[in-house]
Design a protein around this ligand. Structure first.
Ligand SMILES: Nc1nc2c(ncn2[C@@H]2O[C@H](COP(=O)(O)OP(=O)(O)OP(=O)(O)O)[C@@H](O)[C@H]2O)c(=O)[nH]1
Ligand SMILES: [Mg+2]
Length: 391
């Protein structure tokens, strides 16, 4: 690793995954990290379920089993999860790598709907907030209807909740909505912000979570990386407007705002050799009109395409736009206009914009953060949580 310089201004993030989903998402974020553009200080995963834990490719030194020795987790018993979470939160933080460099922020990944992640996250986040000065963001998936409504209509798409052939059973979780809502309430006022990913919106109509989850986790990891790794490295690329940890903090706030992410990318011609960081290959000639059109497209789709959590754009209190890609493609004017596009979509809410040069990149991308949003999906989950579980 080269020594940090003034220009090494990439935000440094520590990721902690808790429970089955949290561990798999942490795994996906780690896998998505570009070697030449590291933004993770450390990734540690915690689960009560040893079998699930050992399916991750996180090094063994960074996998922590806790609670009752069990394969199969806590089976959705959130009360039990909360008790175990409170008992173990301190110990879990002790058991991670003490030599890891200090991060600018911590991201706690968790799937809402179960017992282990949802039970532990509130205590873990509270303990992190007490111990450190950095913001603690939660990255939370919301359960899909088919998980808790699976038995309601055995002929409908929800029936197929598990696929033994995939080797990864997803048992129905009748309490998923109630558990998710209860955990969200507990995180309110504790997490600095809560980034949501709605499984319902990202699963295809007839698809089990087991079949979909790796794809979903990759999509989510890409959305996260676009925003959190937005800063710059000095290797041949200087961002005009750097997005750093304090910018992210300004946008997502420290009041447990609900946050949603948008993303789009388009492959572009890079020319030259990918080796030697392009030192011996001249930058490709990029037509201004082509660069402008690529940026316009990814910005429009990043804002108006599918978000990690669907929301009413006008409800967003603040927004952030990152446009990245090979330096020759990063047209300043188009990026500035993209920022204005986001501003008008958000009805004049405060917006920050920045660029993320990726000398080795092969696509132009837009990463979007909308903070303080209201979402009908959350309202629907709250309503579902009130209903008794299906028999
Ligand atoms: N996007 C995504 N969501 C997942 C994944 N796995 C589970 N989920 C969601 O997360 C919720 C909680 O599941 P888990 O994370 O497996 O539960 P847990 O925290 O291990 O809790 P217990 O197993 O009940 O002890 C589920 O209801 C799903 O909605 C995953 O890999 N990706
Ligand atoms: Mg589990």
């Amino acid at each position: 690793m080269k020594a940090p310089t003034d220009k090494d201004r990439i935000m440094q993030l520590e990721v902690l995954g808790v429970g089955g989903a949290g561990c798999r998402i942490a795994d996906a974020i780690r896998a998505a990290e570009p070697a030449e553009h590291s933004f993770l200080t450390d990734v540690t995963v915690f689960d009560t379920d040893e079998a699930d834990l050992n399916r991750t490719v996180i090094p063994e030194s960074h996998r922590v089993q806790y609670g009752p020795a069990s394969d199969g987790g806590l089976d959705g018993d959130l009360e039990r999860g909360l008790t175990i979470g409170r008992e173990h939160a301190d110990d879990l933080l002790e058991r991670r790598d003490r030599d890891a460099p200090t991060a600018d922020a911590v991201l706690v990944a968790v799937g809402l709907g179960g017992a282990t992640g949802g039970g532990t996250a509130p205590a873990l986040v509270a303990t992190l907030q007490q111990r450190y000065d950095v913001p603690v963001y939660v990255l939370a998936t919301l359960p899909a209807d088919r998980e808790f409504a699976a038995t309601a209509d055995a002929s409908g798409p929800g029936h197929r909740v598990s696929d033994p052939a995939a080797g990864s059973e997803t048992p129905p979780r009748p309490n998923a909505a109630a558990n998710a809502v209860a955990t969200l309430e507990r995180l309110d006022g504790v997490a600095s912000a809560i980034i949501c990913f709605d499984n319902e919106a990202w699963l295809h109509p007839v698809e089990s979570l087991a079949d979909a989850r790796d794809r979903c986790n990759r999509e989510l990891a890409t959305q996260v990386e676009a925003v959190f790794a937005a800063g710059e490295r000095s290797a041949g690329a200087v961002a005009q407007t750097v997005i750093d940890a304090s910018d992210v903090r300004r946008i997502v706030g420290d009041q447990s705002a609900i946050v949603t992410l948008g993303y789009d990318d388009v492959a572009v011609e890079t020319g030259g050799s990918r080796f030697g960081l392009g030192l011996f290959s001249s930058p490709p000639d990029v037509e201004t009109s082509e660069a402008v059109s690529a940026i316009e497209t990814v910005v429009r789709k990043g804002i108006h395409g599918k978000l990690s959590l669907e929301c009413n754009l006008e409800t967003a209190a603040r927004g952030l736009l990152v446009v990245g890609g090979p330096p020759a493609w990063l047209n300043r004017q188009a990026i500035a206009e993209g920022r204005q596009t986001l501003e008008s979509a958000l009805d004049g809410a405060g917006v920050l914009g920045g660029d993320a040069p990726r000398p080795d990149g092969e696509s132009v991308f837009a990463g979007v953060v909308l903070a303080g949003v209201e979402s009908d999906r959350l309202t629907a989950l709250r309503a579902a949580a009130q209903r008794p579980p299906e028999p």
